[in-house]
Design a protein around this ligand. Structure first.
Ligand SMILES: [Zn+2]
Length: 170
């Protein structure tokens, strides 16, 4: 069930995780997994640089942190929601489908970057899986702006690959 106040609260929480990722010099994306009673099951944030793990995206981190709950939800059909500060990439979209998460909400579409959820959904290749997931994109303009500000700050971060390459050229 959609509830605007709860969505706002959990997306704000995801944004806080994104801030944490940026503070750790990694691309600012955060994610939160919530159950049908609005209990926070797990939080995650992009940890690519700090973990030296190219797969340590926010959604993957949150799904890993949710552990057994995800496996139980697959069996019992529990309604888990994942909140992300940015549209999930192809890898995280796959992980969301694998995890039988039933609702995916994100703050900002990712057109320029590696956003994959809508692109893969539009192929209809995994139509049956996607049809079980409610998609909710960019519900709050002000919070979306905060995510954009974090991404702008990331552009200046020394660990940004563009800046790493530049430093390598010097
Ligand atoms: Zn991802």
């Amino acid at each position: 069930m959609q509830n605007t106040a709860n969505d706002r609260m959990f997306l704000t929480m995801a944004l806080k995780e994104a801030e944490g990722a940026l503070a750790e010099n990694t691309y600012p994306v955060g994610a939160v997994i919530v159950d049908e009673q609005n209990n926070v099951i797990a939080r995650g944030r992009n940890r690519v640089h700090i973990a030296k793990d190219a797969t340590a995206h926010a959604e993957i981190d949150a799904i890993r942190n949710a552990g057994q709950v995800i496996l139980d939800a697959k069996v019992s059909g529990r309604m888990l929601t994942i909140y992300s500060s940015l549209e999930p990439c192809p890898m995280c979209t796959g992980a969301i489908l694998f995890s039988h998460i039933r609702r995916a909400v994100w703050l900002k579409n990712d057109e320029e970057g590696f956003g994959g959820y809508r692109k893969i959904k539009n192929t209809m290749v995994f139509d049956r899986r996607f049809s079980r997931v409610v998609m909710e994109k960019e519900p709050f303009d002000d919070l979306k702006q905060q995510q954009e500000e974090l991404m702008n700050k990331w552009a200046e971060n020394p660990y940004n690959v563009v800046n790493l390459r530049k430093a390598g050229d010097e």
